[in-house]
Write a protein that binds this ligand. Sequence first.
Ligand SMILES: [Zn+2]
Length: 484
Amino acid sequence: MSHPKEFDAGRPVVLRGGTVLTMDDAKQVLPGCDVLVVDDRIAAIGPDLTGPEGTVEIDASDGIVMPGMIDTHRHMWQTVMRGYGADWTLTQYFVWYYLEWGKAFRPEDVYAGNLLGAIEAIDAGVTTTVDWSHGLQTTQHADAAVDALQDVPGRFVLAYGNLAQAPAEWTTAPEFRDFVGRRITGEDMLGFQLAFDVTGDPAFPEKPAFEAARDLGVAVTTHAGVWGATGDDSIRLMHDHGFMTPETVYVHSASLAADSYHRIAATGGSVSVSTESEQSAGQGYPPTWALRAHGIPVSLSMDTTVWWSGDLFSAMRTTLGVGADRSREHLEAHAKGETVTHAALRAEQVVEWATRGGARALGREGDLGSIEVGKKADLVLIKNDRSPVMFPLLNPYGHVAFQAQRGDVHTVLVNGRVVKHDHRLLGVDLAAARRTVEQTVEHLRSTLGDEAWEKGMNPDVSETTILDNPYTYTDYHSASTHGH
Ligand SMILES: [Zn+2]
């Protein structure tokens, strides 16, 4: 039954008898329920469904069927350096990529990182990933990034960026426009955004980049509210010039004053929270508590596997409790001598942020992010018959947020196609990906030399370079991003 060839012909698929987290408006949880997929769509939801002739059966009993997860901010090109920066601060990250070694990445290295990042995403049930691709020094790098995304059967959004140049420079270059014309065809599996940051420089040097985005009709995604880099001045400039729109995605959005949250809320944008990143790198406290208070829509992201894990189970878990929202709530209460008796943030909410929240951020709520008839069949089955952690299955949202791991991702469908089944990726050559990645690691190691390579991975705290601003196209320093 589980032979991969069964899935090759685009045959209908039924996920039989799982607990279905629909994430629809009514937040229906349907035990013992089937989900029928025909072509690229969800065709039916209900008990004992009969599919068309030739429907492939997948046993979902004792498992959870949920919408494919959506990561709205991942620097996929950095996947080739998995775990390298585990002990970095944000400053050390900026020094390594922005000032010293980011330029060492050739197009084939961006390809290698994106390939591994894309495979990793679908393996973990992340069916849509925004590739926050700020390593695109040339359009040859951008072609390589897209080549990799198209070599893996996931859904991706290329958020085009270039940390080596000013946003006004690369967004207005003829070769960039040529790239957009050649590679961004409106095809459903590859979305497009512009990715750049706003320094807060009163001259607003990023203005032409916003105009380019408006001209192309695409959303801007921007690291906002990052201590030491971007802050309230950045938000104010965007707002004053009319560039804050409902499509804008603000990444992190920690270290911001209430005024900035008001501006985000009033203009309808959303925030991509990367809790593991904010907890450890220093952008500011993970801001879900502030976003909930201001009614700002939230999606989740993992940022980069150069430090952290690349799966949204970790994002849900850390955002909910281990380090962020509930932790802060308890600490604030204790400081006042009080006790939190009822948790404000519920497991259901972080599952919603990891699925529908991402769809909303990308303007895809109409066809992604929930399990409803007629929507795209981007689906995840969490089921592991060999795991003692898969039963009893009493609280499905709690199970997803606190119990499940990427190893429990049994089956993944993207656009109606089974890309993982029985814990094995289908149509993915992992050995070839490994060889590609190894070539890039060898290139980086030999370019840096052994000493710089080891020193980069094991930063000496006492010799940390002091960096006020990673954006070398302006000398601007803001009190709102540095405190004084
Ligand atoms: Zn980032």
